[in-house]
Write a new protein. Structure first.
Length: 218
């Protein structure tokens, strides 16, 4: 059974995550507490892809950008989410321990180590305590297990060239004559909808642009 939920950090937890997180929280999340389209666990990915040789079958130099932000906001919020959900589940009446294979390999003597129990721990059980070593184990585990189930997009964003854009408002690739891009790589930001809708909108607008540029609309 899949179970999902939403939880927003309180002001104290936001402060604990550091000034870089605080700045992003105040800008993008604090004033939209009821917006379901802003899941906190999503990361900002700085993807890079480059050709290495001219052959069509040559291996590309591709980096996902997972956990690569200089301020370490993404790794911090994922660690916070892991810790918080463990504390929530430990208070549930159905709690009987954890499957260690699905968790970081905390040391056996750590307070963060997985346990098994014959009875619930109770609603007032204290939050788990993590040492600096536990934090390092968790971070390494997150880096080894991070993945995405979302539709990736935005690798060739539409924006001015000086802002890191790849295509202009007419879908033309900067610096390459006769090359246009019309797919889900051009959105400059994530979309708060199923990507199929956005892809259809891009395709319809691209058709109008191409028909106009080719002089086929008369």
């Amino acid at each position: 059974m899949d179970v999902t939920g939403k939880y927003r950090p309180n002001e104290s937890e936001v402060d604990d995550l550091g000034p870089a997180f605080r700045k992003l929280w105040d800008s993008d999340f604090k004033h939209s507490p009821h917006n379901p389209n802003k899941p906190l666990a999503l990361m900002t990915l700085i993807n890079t892809i480059h050709v290495t040789d001219p052959g069509l079958s040559d291996v590309l130099d591709f980096k996902t950008g997972f956990f690569s932000d200089a301020q370490r906001v993404d790794i911090k919020k994922c660690a916070w989410a892991y810790n918080k959900q463990r504390d929530i589940v430990r208070r549930m009446d159905c709690y009987r321990g954890e499957v260690a294979a699905a968790h970081p390999p905390f040391a056996a003597g750590s307070l963060a180590a997985c346990i098994e129990t014959e009875a619930p721990l109770g609603r007032d059980v204290a939050p788990l305590e993590y040492t600096e070593h536990d934090d390092a184990v968790l971070e390494d585990w997150l880096r080894q297990h991070v993945e995405t189930t979302w539709h990736s997009l935005g690798t060739c964003k539409m924006a001015p060239l000086e802002e890191g854009g790849v295509v202009d408002a007419s879908l033309g690739v900067y610096g390459v004559e006769g090359l246009n891009i019309a797919d889900m790589s051009i959105p400059p930001l994530n979309v708060a909808a199923n990507t199929n809708n956005t892809a259809i909108a891009i395709g319809e607008n691209a058709a109008d642009i191409f028909i106009r540029e080719l002089g086929l609309g008369n």
